[in-house]
Design a protein around this ligand. Structure first.
Ligand SMILES: C[S@@+](CC[C@H](N)C(=O)[O-])C[C@H]1O[C@@H](n2cnc3c(N)ncnc32)[C@H](O)[C@@H]1O
Length: 214
């Protein structure tokens, strides 16, 4: 399994990472209406989604491998007077009790590993989410331009190492639809969308997945 590597949050941070992920808002509101309380933001970064959830009244745990990301989140949480439980660590092994969370968000985070790492992380996600709970995760699609653009940086048939910006040498796993169905066989998949974003000359492609922990 490839060694984990955190994002470098010390440089200039694009506005994108400072505002809640809009695609997640409807589900967050549903979770709130269904009285889900305990939520884990896995790979929280500087915490745009954790902050949003805390302000909605969830009891939020935020987990990341980047001490710098967590320290920025601690400061923002203090300034904005919200309470978030922060934890530093590697998502390959989570420090939470089994069945602790009602729901779990992993936005653009759990694909920062290779295929066997992803398998292990999904087993941890399954373990820490209670039966009847729900998860929202995003995964990289092989239809993203990056999969071909960085082909010389591939380390296996699913994984490459990026070379740019906050992600130098950070692993990225790319999948297709069938891989996801297979990886999530212990969950009940509620929804899979493939989302394309166009940025200058580059096409990004992600799967957005909602699933129930049976
Ligand atoms: C693309 S950022 C997404 C941050 C956040 N989820 C958001 O949507 O703003 C990916 C985050 O995953 C974290 N990460 C990468 N590998 C990790 C690992 N093995 N364990 C915990 N966090 C990890 C990175 O440090 C980074 O903060």
């Amino acid at each position: 399994m490839i060694k984990s590597k955190e994002w470098d949050w010390s440089g200039n941070i694009n506005e994108y990472w400072k505002n809640v992920a809009g695609e997640f808002i409807p589900l967050a509101l549903q979770w709130k209406a269904r009285d889900f309380k305990k939520v884990l933001d896995l790979g929280c970064g500087i915490g745009r989604n954790a902050l949003y959830l805390a302000k909605l009244g969830f009891s939020v745990s935020a987990f990341d491998l980047s001490a710098d990301g967590l320290s920025q989140l601690r400061q923002t949480a203090q300034t904005e007077n919200v309470n978030i439980d922060l934890m530093l660590g590697d998502m390959l092994k989570l420090p939470y009790e089994s069945g602790y969370f009602d729901c779990l968000l992993a936005f653009h985070s759990i694909y920062h590993t290779d295929f066997s790492g992803l398998t292990r992380i999904l087993a941890e996600i399954y373990r820490v989410t209670r039966p009847g709970g729900e998860i929202f995760i995003t995964l990289n699609s092989k239809e993203a331009d990056a999969w071909n653009l960085y082909s010389q940086r591939r380390i296996d048939e699913y994984t490459l190492l990026k070379t740019e910006w906050a992600e130098v040498d950070v692993p990225h796993t790319y999948l297709d639809y069938k891989d996801i169905v297979n990886l999530l066989k212990d969950f009940q998949i509620l929804k899979i969308q493939q989302i394309f974003d166009y940025e200058e000359d580059r096409r990004h492609a992600h799967f957005f997945v909602t699933a129930s922990r049976v």
